[in-house]
Design a protein around this ligand. Sequence first.
Ligand code: HEC
Length: 144
Amino acid sequence: MNSILATAFVATLSLTAISTTVSAEETSANPTLDTALSAQGNAVKGKRLFMRCRACHNLTKSTRHRVGPNLDDLFGKKVAASEGFRYSKAMQEADFIWGEAELDQWLAKPKAFLPGNKMVFAGFKKQKDRNDIIAYLREATITE
Ligand code: HEC
C-alpha cells in the first residue's frame, strides 16, 4: 500500500471508530445484540491476535481456568461470572454485562477501564485490531 492510500485508510478507520463508538453506546442497553464492532472485524485476523490471549484464556467451559477465566458464552455474560475463578476485588465489584462496547474499552487498555484488575495485558491500541478480535470472540466463545 502506498503512503497516500495508507493515510486514507487510517483516516477512514478513525472516522469509523468515532461513529461505531456512538452506535455502540446507543445499543449498550442490549449488549448481546450489539454487533457494531464485530461487523467491521475480520475473525480470521482476530484468531491470530488471540495468540496473545491464549496463554491465559480458554474459550470453552469444559476446560479448567488458566491464569485468566474461561471466556465461554462471553457476550451477554455478567462481568466476573465465570464459575470457579478467583477474580480481583476490582472485577468482583464491577457491575456490567459484556458486550462489544465494553470489550472494546477493556481491550484498548484494561488498566484504565477497570483500575486494580489483575489481567496483565497492555491493550490493543488500534481500533481495527479490537474489531478483529471481537469478531473472533463472537464466533469462538459460543458454547454449544
Ligand atoms: C497474562 C494473562 C492474561 C492475558 C495475556 C490476557 N488476559 Fe484476560 N484476564 C486475565 C485475568 C487474570 C483476568 C481476571 C482479572 C481480574 O480478576 O482482575 C482476565 C479477565 C478477562 C476478561 C473478563 C472475563 C470475565 O469473566 O468477566 C476478558 C473478557 C478477558 N480477560 C479477555 C482477554 C483477551 C481477549 C485477551 C487477549 C487480547 C486477554 N484477556 C489477555 C489474564 C490475561
